[in-house]
Every structure is written in structure tokens, then in C-alpha cells.
Design a protein around this ligand. Structure first.
Ligand SMILES: C[S@@+](CC[C@H](N)C(=O)[O-])C[C@H]1O[C@@H](n2cnc3c(N)ncnc32)[C@H](O)[C@@H]1O
Length: 194
């Protein structure tokens, strides 16, 4: 399975470069012990909510959308700007407590599917960096993406994962609210690493 094609959003063009975080993601990862990653956080509402919900952990948001980065920097939340995979690939094995990938772009058209952030390649990288008893939480309101993710997680882990009956403890996101207003069904997959 190939690495997803990184699609850099042009929405950020009209904004200036976000100011550089005081500490790089790798510095943070080297120092902090209990880390939560919010991958592709958009505006950052979910990241802020996660930091409030888990004060004993350090939440690191990873995003390619500049206004979201600026928002979290202004709230003193750790951020990494750029391609999530590029940084995730540099994280040491068994070091991250929780990883959230909430409502990644579904790229509906078949010819764009290779841009989907979650695929088998991504999941293998994610699985390696999660601590034992840590977890990965994937959410989407796109049924084809949900079924694909379920299949990938089951195949890679040899655990027949089911959709969660609820959203667990994760925050409701901005993108999710849009889906709910269209009466979309939301799918949650929570994989706990054994
Ligand atoms: C559909 S939005 C969802 C945002 C937020 N999680 C929510 O639920 O409201 C997906 C986000 O993922 C980000 N994204 C997509 N590919 C990415 C990548 N390779 N690295 C970092 N962020 C990425 C996009 O910039 C976008 O903000």
C-alpha cells in the first residue's frame, strides 16, 4: 500500500505563514511522556476540547491548514504545521497515548482516493507509534471511507473491529456538525493497541 498523496490546501493562500511554534513537534515528543495527537484538526476546536478534557496529557495538533495553526498557537497548544505523515513517520515506536483522526477529507471521487489520509500505509505507521493500551480513534460520516477504514484496521491487526456504539470521549467537531445538519450518519472506530 502506498503512502497517501499529500494534498496541500490552497485555502491557506490568503493567510500569512503561521508564526513558528516555540518548540518543534520533535522537541515536544522528546520531552513529554503522555501525548495525544489530533491529526488534521481543521480549525482546532477538537484539539482545544481534548486539551481541556485531558489536562494531564499534552495535546499536539497536526494540520496543513494555516488558520487552524494560528488559532492553536494563540491558545498555547502544541502544533505541527505540514503533512501529518511526514512528522508521524519520525515519531518513535510505542510513545503516543491517543491518536485522533476526526473526519479526514473523504475525497469522494475515485481518482482522488489516493489522497485519503487514512490508508493501510498510514495505519501501519500510526499503529507503530501508539503505546500499549493506547488507542487510535477514527471518525467519518462517509460510509465508503468508514468501511474501508474498518477493513484496513481488521486486516492489519487481525482483530475484527466493529463500529463503536457511540463516539466515546471524543469531542464533536466542526466538520461533524455540518454532517449532522445534513442528517449524515457518523461512524467511529476505536482501536486499542494490545
Ligand atoms: C475535513 S477536515 C476535518 C477537520 C476537523 N478534524 C473536523 O472534524 O472539523 C480535514 C482536515 O485535515 C487536514 N489534512 C488533510 N490532509 C492532511 C495532511 N496530510 N496533513 C495534515 N493535515 C491534513 C485538512 O487541512 C483539513 O483541515
Amino acid at each position: 500500500m502506498n503512502k497517501p498523496v499529500y494534498y496541500k490546501s490552497f485555502r491557506s493562500r490568503k493567510f500569512q505563514e503561521p508564526e513558528k511554534p516555540k518548540r518543534s513537534a520533535l522537541d515536544i515528543l522528546a520531552v513529554e511522556k503522555d501525548i495525544i495527537l489530533d491529526v488534521g484538526f481543521g480549525t482546532g476546536d477538537s484539539t482545544i476540547a481534548l486539551q481541556d478534557m485531558f489536562p494531564k496529557y499534552k495535546v499536539l495538533g497536526i494540520e496543513a491548514y494555516k488558520p487552524g495553526i494560528k488559532n492553536l498557537l494563540s491558545k498555547n497548544i502544541y502544533v505541527h504545521y505540514g503533512d501529518a505523515l511526514e512528522i508521524i513517520e519520525k515519531i518513535s515506536s510505542d510513545t503516543i497515548s491517543q491518536i485522533y483522526m476526526l473526519f479526514p477529507d473523504p475525497w469522494q471521487k475515485k481518482k482522488h482516493r489516493k489522497r485519503r489520509l487514512f490508508n493501510e500505509y498510514t495505519f501501519r505507521v500510526i499503529l507503530a507509534i501508539i503505546k500499549r493500551n493506547g488507542f487510535f480513534h477514527f471518525s467519518t460520516d462517509n460510509i465508503s471511507y468508514a468501511l474501508e477504514a474498518k477493513k484496513i484496521i481488521s486486516r492489519v491487526t487481525s482483530v475484527d473491529i466493529s463500529f463503536s456504539k457511540n463516539r466515546g470521549f471524543r469531542p464533536i467537531t466542526k466538520f461533524e456538525k455540518k454532517g449532522i445538519s445534513k442528517k449524515n450518519f457518523v461512524f467511529d472506530l476505536i482501536y486499542i493497541k494490545q
